[in-house]
Every structure is written in C-alpha cells, then in structure tokens.
Design a protein around this ligand. Structure first.
Ligand SMILES: Nc1ncnc2c1ncn2[C@@H]1O[C@H](COP(=O)(O)OP(=O)(O)OP(=O)(O)O)[C@@H](O)[C@H]1O
Ligand SMILES: [Mg+2]
Length: 271
C-alpha cells in the first residue's frame, strides 16, 4: 500500500432541487483515500452517503467542491471506477455471463481480453458453473456476487460499493465480507464502502469516515488498527467491540446534537 492519494474529495456539497424546495444532502465533505486502502463511510440514514458515492461515480454533478480520482477531476464516468449498488441490478433477460459482459458493450470493448480475469473472479465468488443461469435462478447472495464480478471484470482501480450486502442475512453477509477481503487482498484495489452496519465497516476497513446527519458533513475519522488478515473471530474480541462502540456513540451524539438543534426527527438508525 503506498501513500499516494487515489481519491481526493474536497468540500463536496450537493443540494437537490425538489418540488418542496432545495434539499441540502452533502455539505463541504472532505475525504482522502490512499492507493489500496479500504475505506468505509457510515452515518445515519439519509445523511448523504449515497449522494457522495454517486457523485464519485459521476452519476450526478456536485453543487460545490471537487472530487479527484487518480489525479483527474471526476466529470464523466470513468473506466478506472467500478460501482456496486445496493440491489444487484442484473438484467433479468440476460444470463449471468451476459450480465457480466454488459459493461464491455457499453464501453464498446471486446470482453475476450478479460476472459481469464472473469473466470478467476467467478471462481473467487463461487459462481463457476452458473454462467448460463438466468438472474431469477440465482439467490440474492449469488446475484450480489455477480454484480461484484461485473464491477471488477474490466479491472477498475477504484471500487465504490453502496450498501452492497444490505439485503442479505447475517450469515451470507459474513461470507460476503470474507470474500470481499479475499478479493481486495489479492487485487490491491482501492475500495470505498458505504454501510449501515458499524461492525461490518470496522471489520473490513483501514479507515472509517463518520458523516453527520443531513446535510452530510465530516464528523470523525477512525483509523482501524486491527491487524490483518482478519479472521471472523476477531469480531468477538474486546478491541473490536471498543471501536464499534466508539463509532456508534459518535453517531448517537451527532444525531442527538442535530435533534437538539431541531434538525433531526428520526430517533433511530440501523445498527
Ligand atoms: N434525486 C434526489 N432529489 C431530491 N432529494 C434527494 C435525491 N436523492 C437524495 N435526496 C435526498 O438527499 C438526502 C441524502 O440522501 P442519500 O441517499 O445520499 O442518503 P444516504 O446517507 O445514502 O441514506 P441511506 O443510509 O438511507 O441510504 C436525503 O434527504 C434524500 O431524500
Ligand atoms: Mg444510501
């Protein structure tokens, strides 16, 4: 891992125009991610996490501030950047392999060059043998794994993941986390991961950014000093719990402060 910042987010702000007036979703958010780092973003529901990720993928423009990826300001979709969404978003009329080939069609590229890579990713995600299956013949976890293969197939340097395992049960989620760490350790990708699950963020990440309630601003940044490789058993250790508790407390305090200021109505957020 080098100390080269691959992602530089500076004073990122986004205000949506809606029928009920402007919605300030993100305000002056800063984030730096080094080459090969695994960074998570956590914060209460609706604080602006997806808004930031979508801006990083150039799916919409910022209202203010800048995002640079690999030294270039993000202005249009880039092939160095892959994105995995909360739902797998597979095309239901295409089989698994044809879904994985879809980005190549968009980029007018022949997937042949990437055949070995795709085979290896299918192996890593335990999807070998299912290439001809239609999405409706696959479980939710398999569909989600296929969407990860799709995002990694053309070898982007940066992977943006927006609650990719949100819809999965706890057991499948643990398996997915192990699989993701395995891929990450092998590929040295730079990953930005959004999740509601604080333990998941701590388990996976080198660094966790906490966002305040909307509009999303920087709250605290936690470096996670837990050694790697990280076995699942780590999640039952005291050192792990202590970090999870501190991050949760930070979010509770931020939510309380926003509620005291009359800016926050929700009294809960997911764990
Ligand atoms: N296209 C849009 N038009 C208007 N408002 C929007 C739009 N997209 C998001 N918002 C608003 O911006 C705010 C931030 O939304 P965002 O989806 O980024 O939150 P989030 O942190 O990802 O939440 P969650 O954890 O629930 O996924 C919310 O108040 C949301 O209603
Ligand atoms: Mg979201």
């Amino acid at each position: 891992m080098s100390d080269q910042p691959v992602i530089v987010v500076e004073k990122a702000s986004k205000t949506f125009k809606s029928a009920r007036g402007p919605v300030r979703a993100l305000e002056s958010f800063d984030m730096f991610v080094n080459q090969g780092q695994f960074v998570s973003i956590v914060g209460p529901s609706g604080c602006g996490k997806s808004t930031l990720l979508w801006a990083m993928a150039s799916l919409w423009p910022l209202s203010g501030g800048t995002i640079q990826i690999m030294g270039q300001e993000v202005r249009s979709p880039r092939r160095e950047v892959g994105m995995v969404f909360q739902s797998a978003n597979l095309l239901p009329w295409r089989n698994l392999l044809d879904n994985i080939h879809f980005p190549f069609e968009i980029m007018h590229e022949n997937p042949k060059r990437y055949e070995d890579r795709i085979k290896e990713l299918l192996q890593l995600t335990s999807l070998t043998g299912f290439e001809g299956h239609m999405p409706q013949e696959l479980s939710g976890g398999m569909q989600q794994r296929a969407s990860i293969v799709r995002a990694l197939s053309y070898d982007p340097q940066v992977l943006l993941m927006d609650e990719p395992f949100g819809a999965l049960d706890a057991f499948t989620r643990d398996e997915m986390n192990l699989m993701l760490l395995n891929i990450w350790e092998k590929s040295q990708k730079t990953i930005v991961f959004v999740t509601h699950q604080i333990p998941e963020a701590v388990y996976l990440s080198d660094r966790v950014y906490v966002m305040t309630p909307r509009p999303g601003r920087n709250s605290r940044v936690f470096d996670i000093p837990l050694p790697r490789p990280r076995p699942l058993a780590l999640t039952t250790e005291r050192a792990f719990f202590d970090i999870v508790a501190e991050i949760k407390q930070t979010i509770y305090d931020d939510v309380q402060a926003a509620a005291d200021a009359g800016k926050y109505q929700m009294d809960t957020y997911a764990h």
